[in-house]
Design a binder for this molecule. Structure first.
Ligand SMILES: [Zn+2]
Length: 310
């Protein structure tokens, strides 16, 4: 039983790798998105998310991220295949398993590393981007340029989930005390996965709840350089969020400033202490402003071309 399974996995790996290369190669000769198209009058001023959600296939343009993680779009995206030997994409009905070729390669590499961790046979991949990126109707401010992905904290032990199971199965929560600490679902194997994820040069940042970062600060041995990229953030206890740097030579892609030097453990401890002992609200603070909806005019001009292609 074992050997045919391994052979099948190898076949699937080479088949999938072949597909992606072919896909990328096809599009690398494709035209780049134009920066010269005007915003159609009927779309001006309306939320851009309406238009991006309506495009269910990628543009047939050269792969590129335009703009920044929370204000942009993507051309020439490729799909994370729905199932591979060491991964499954979840919540397929959302059609958010799209990204730049670098992101799909990264996730497949990570899934193979995950498969070597005890109890994990790979990873469950949550939201990436919409086929053409852009703002989403729900769930995320970022994930707009095909370089962000959510990876579930639930060990991917069953890679034979049906489409329906991938809609209904939930991840597992790993926090307690509002994110100040990890709970019993958190294991050293989670740290092994985070370390593998953050040690990859393609990664800019990983977002995870502060209690888990502090747990890793206290338990990581050996080289600790990777901890710098794991940044505390709200939420992020059912999944962690990986953000890749702009790929080399992608002129229209806007990187975030790198994290400050050091392991970031002091900052994470400060987050924890603020959770446990919330600072008194500033009576003079202005009320929070609602985040305005992004319109096409807020996005790089190439996004008009990305949206209208094909
Ligand atoms: Zn995310």
């Amino acid at each position: 039983m074992r050997l045919p399974h391994i052979l099948l996995s190898l076949l699937l790996i080479s088949a999938t790798a072949g597909c992606i290369r072919e896909d990328t190669a096809t599009r690398s000769g494709a035209p780049a998105a134009s920066a010269a198209l005007p915003i159609p009058a009927g779309m001006a001023g309306n939320p851009a998310k309406l238009y991006f959600a309506a495009r269910t296939t990628p543009s047939q343009q050269a792969p590129a991220s335009y703009g920044s993680y929370a204000k942009g779009c993507q051309a020439g995206a490729v799909a994370m295949p729905e199932t591979g030997p060491t991964w499954q994409a979840m919540r397929l009905s959302r059609n958010r398993n799209w990204g730049q070729p670098e992101l799909v390669d990264y996730l497949q590499d990570l899934s193979r590393k995950a498969a070597r961790i005890p109890g994990w046979n790979g990873i469950y991949v949550g939201d990436m981007s919409q086929p053409r990126g852009g703002p989403m109707s729900s769930g995320h401010a970022s994930h707009q340029i095909g370089l962000d992905a959510d990876v579930w904290l639930r060990p991917a032990d069953n890679l034979g989930l049906s489409r329906a199971e991938r809609e209904s199965l939930s991840s597992i929560g790993t926090r307690r005390a509002g994110g100040a600490y990890v709970n019993d679902n958190w294991t050293p194997e989670h740290m092994a996965l985070l370390k593998a994820a953050a040690s990859d040069d393609r990664v800019a940042r990983i977002f995870l709840f502060p209690g888990a970062k502090v747990w890793m600060c206290e338990n990581a041995t050996g080289n600790r350089d990777w901890l710098r990229k794991v940044r505390p953030w709200w939420g992020h206890y059912y999944h962690f969020h990986v953000r890749l740097s702009c790929p080399d030579g992608m002129a229209g892609c806007v990187d975030q400033a790198p994290p400050p030097p050091g392991d970031g453990c002091a900052e994470a401890r400060e987050w924890v202490s603020n959770i446990l002992n919330p600072p008194a609200p500033d009576p003079d603070a202005p009320p929070p402003k609602p985040r305005p909806e992004l319109t096409l005019a807020d996005l790089p001009r190439q996004c008009v071309s990305v949206l209208q292609d094909g």
